[in-house]
Design a protein around this ligand. Structure first.
Ligand code: FAD
Ligand code: FES
Length: 350
């Protein structure tokens, strides 16, 4: 193999049981787990690799839906200079083994589905993976809500899951609408999604009151930002817009914590407890990793939610946060990968 999975006892051993070529450069991996894995639609799996003496991690959203699909799948797009997506799409064979942490992620259907009547999904390119999983779960499991998918690709050839989505459209024609957009289309209302086109599509398909709509967005950074701003301009609240960001490039941190002194972190993870000192510029996660304490994580940039813990006492300052909502923050949730203790010692629970 062109990479080495990290086979530590705490990780899941995963066998590749099938490979499907979805589009040029996009492969779906069918996975079988030594011990069955529990996951929710919209979550992701983090593959763990060994690179010399350190670990590398890459996350991939499930394209399968837990209550519908018998086989667990992830779908990977090859990035031309990508360290892992290239061998995962070019060299992997049926029967190869991978290593993964448990499923995680906050890009989920709401606990009370009936709270919203219409679900809008905005996906661009490989951003379709978690959205396809959510869409299947929603349509198969919940009869009394409707869904709209606005799906952008560069061309029909690049459109992953097109046949499956069209099948869903036929099966649920009374409550599921799909609108494809192709950047190479000549008609402007079927080409690139823009701040001009988005309101027209939402207004065309929206049913009922604005407060009954929930939005899911996954795609490149600029696309997600445009969708969010356009929805805000239409009068939607941020709490109605759920986002999943695949980009793990490190954001530029303009702010520093007001307190950069060393403070003690007391950690309770299930039955395990740990105590250590943590000090800026090292995050709580970086300090724990250096001490050999195994904490959950994936993107290390405050964007995926894998490293979320609850702060039960003290204060954690975060340099970046793209996943935790106001409600999460009010419940004491924090991200260790961008978190520093400030103003005294902190107590964290997982
Ligand atoms: C929560 C989450 C879910 C994800 N789900 C999926 C999924 O379902 N399918 C999937 O294919 N990928 C997914 N990703 C992205 C994936 O984890 C990797 O980042 C991606 O495969 C690139 O890894 P690499 O090692 O090949 O590239 P790297 O060697 O890490 O990066 C190579 C170059 O590509 C750039 N780059 C890295 N990631 C991207 C990207 N996503 N788009 C464009 N350029 C990039 C880097 O900045 C760098 O310049 C997800 C990421 C996150 C955080
Ligand atoms: S590891 Fe992704 S948010 Fe912290």
């Amino acid at each position: 193999m062109f990479f080495k999975p990290s086979f530590q006892p705490t990780y899941h051993r995963v066998k590749v049981s099938g490979i499907i070529e979805e589009a040029p450069d996009v492969h779906t991996l069918q996975l079988s787990f030594e011990t069955p894995i529990a996951y929710q639609a919209g979550q992701f799996l983090t593959l763990v690799f060994e690179d010399l003496h350190k670990e590398d991690r890459r996350s991939y959203s499930f394209s399968s839906a837990p209550s519908i699909d018998n086989v667990v799948t992830i779908t990977i797009k090859r990035i031309s200079n990508g360290r892992y997506s290239r061998p995962l799409t070019e060299n992997l064979c049926v029967g190869d083994q991978l290593s993964a942490t448990s499923a995680t992620g906050l890009f989920l259907l709401p606990n009370r589905i009936e709270h919203f009547q219409q679900y809008f999904f905005f996906a661009a390119g490989i951003g379709i993976t978690p959205i396809f999983s959510l869409l299947k779960e929603l349509l198969f499991q919940h009869n009394d809500v409707s869904a709209v998918l606005i799906y952008s690709n560069s061309s029909p050839l690049q459109t992953v899951f097109e046949n499956e989505i069209n099948e869903l459209q036929k099966r649920y024609k009374n409550r599921f609408i799909v609108h494809y957009l192709f950047s190479n289309a000549t008609q402007l209302n079927n080409a690139r999604l823009s701040k001009w086109l988005l309101p027209q599509l939402v207004e065309r398909y929206a049913l009922g009151k604005k407060t009954e709509h929930l939005f899911y967005v996954c795609g490149p950074f600029a696309y997600m930002r445009m969708v969010r701003y356009a929805l805000q301009e239409l009068g939607y609240d941020d709490a109605q817009i759920r986002k999943e960001n695949f980009d793990t490039s490190h954001p530029i941190h303009l702010h520093k914590p007001s307190d950069q002194k060393s403070h003690q972190v007391s950690l309770k993870l299930g039955t395990e407890t740990h105590q250590f000192d943590s000090q800026y510029p090292h995050t709580i996660l970086q300090t724990a990793k250096k001490l050999g304490i195994s904490l959950p994580y994936s993107c290390e940039t405050g964007r995926c939610g894998s490293c979320m813990l609850r702060c039960t006492k003290g204060k954690v300052w975060m340099s970046y946060n793209e996943v935790l909502t106001e409600k999460d923050l009010s419940e004491g949730k924090i991200l260790t990968c961008v978190g520093y203790p400030i103003g005294g010692d902190v107590w964290l629970e997982g």
